[in-house]
Design a protein around this ligand. Structure first.
Ligand code: GDP
Ligand code: MN
Length: 390
């Protein structure tokens, strides 16, 4: 689960990490009062959306007067922000963070994640922070400092000092850096975080180290034990369909392709998507209906797939292990009766009672292409969906 920058910064402040003074607004009328409260003569208006690259997408606006702040707020609030990290639709801007502008001397990068290769929580740091850190990581990987933390130990002040040295920080800044990194580590380890990052972590002309941005991604599987973090969820930033699916215990992820997939088991779903690609098609979604599928869930899955605008064919691929294929076939027929069917569909059933299931579908008066072989099923749906798409 992602949270907003302003929420990350609240967590930062609670953990000894310094951030610029800022206030959250959701109405342009608040701009004037907020600017006076913050003082100074430079303000930064920042769109609060769950995506990076806001600077590049026009979601971070530097202002030199209250009038400019009002204009910026009016331009952003209530619109969709499109950045290199969002889809073409972008994300809704419901809130803005207005911050006191800073005199930036240097922009650093600092983050923590679990490095799966070394199986360690790893510090990532760079002198080349700012909006092009992805480019730095790709083109100048030696500019990224990596430090793996001993899983049996802890992150020590000496470790922090070592990294600060590599970043070329002086003694005063090193102390601030240690507080910052230890604060990040505290949040990371106590809140079950997947990724936490400050980009940029700035050095100001006044020799202050400040977190100018904040990004935190929490482990969904551990959210049950962090009531406080769960409160920070903002569903307006999430995919509507994916949320609807999760209410029915369906694992659903929208993709860009044209073939809707309904599969049981994540591994089988991935193999099915690969096979569709292999035969010249492209999947419109990843959908794992789970092991103990019910007719109701199958119906919901159908509904989700069919309302996706780009879908021009459906491939159902079910392996009956615990679940019986004839029951699945009944579920499919019930679902079609309930929500209708306006696209070509290929159903592949294998496993327990597969023959009985396929016969049920063949004997029905619904136009369903049945297949016992997965490769044949993939080839068939790719052809049918290309015809439909014309
Ligand atoms: P992101 O593009 O979504 O990562 O948004 P950031 O919060 O990182 O802001 C993007 C860029 O805006 C930063 O890298 C800074 O260069 C710039 N920026 C943000 N706040 C200030 C500020 O107070 N003063 C100045 N001069 N630039 C700022
Ligand atoms: Mn940033």
């Amino acid at each position: 689960m992602h949270i907003h920058e302003y929420q990350a910064k609240t967590l930062f402040s609670q953990n000894n990490i310094k951030t610029p003074k800022g206030v959250l607004i959701s109405d342009i009328k608040q701009s004037n009062k907020v600017c006076s409260e913050l003082g100074g003569s430079v303000w930064v208006v920042k769109a609060q959306v769950h995506a990076g690259g806001r600077g590049k997408g026009g979601g971070v606006i530097l202002c030199h007067s209250i009038g400019e702040v009002e204009d910026a707020a009016g331009k952003l609030l209530g619109t969709q922000l499109i950045t290199p990290q969002t889809d073409a639709k972008g994300l809704p801007i419901n809130q803005l963070l207005i911050e006191a502008g800073q005199n930036i001397e240097r922009e650093l990068y600092l983050g923590l994640l679990v490095d799966r290769q070394t199986q360690k929580i790893t510090v990532l740091a760079s002198t080349e922070g700012g909006i092009d850190i992805e480019k730095v990581a790709k083109e100048m990987p030696d500019k990224i400092i990596k430090f793996g933390i001993d899983p049996l130990g802890n992150l020590s002040a000496q470790d922090c000092t070592l990294i600060a040295e590599k970043l070329g920080l002086n003694a005063e800044l090193t102390q601030q850096f240690n507080n910052t990194l230890l604060g990040l580590y505290e949040i990371f380890t106590t809140k079950d975080v997947n990724l936490i990052e400050i980009n940029p972590l700035i050095v100001t002309q006044e020799n202050q180290l400040l977190a100018l941005d904040g990004k935190i991604d929490f482990d969904d599987n551990a959210l049950y034990r962090h009531e406080d973090i769960m409160q920070l969820r903002d569903v307006s930033q999430e995919d509507e369909k994916e949320n609807e699916a999760s209410e029915y215990q369906l694992n659903y992820i929208s993709l860009d392709g044209t073939i809707g997939c309904m599969v049981n088991g994540a591994g089988l779903a991935m193999a099915t998507m690969d096979l569709i690609e292999h035969h010249g098609g492209s999947p419109a979604n990843f959908l794992d209906v789970g092991g103990g599928t019910t007719a109701e869930r199958v119906a919901k899955a159908f509904e989700l797939i069919q309302t996706e605008a780009n879908v021009s064919g459906i491939l159902v691929n079910i392996f009956g292990g615990i679940v019986r294929c004839d029951l699945i076939a009944e579920g499919i027929l019930q679902a079609i009766e309930k929500v209708g069917l306006n696209l070509p569909i290929v159903v592949r059933l294998e496993g327990t009672n597969a023959a009985a299931g396929l016969k049920l579908l063949d004997d029905s008066n619904v136009k369903i292409h049945t297949e016992a072989d997965l490769t044949q099923a993939a080839i068939k749906i790719v052809a049918l969906s290309k015809e439909e798409g014309k």
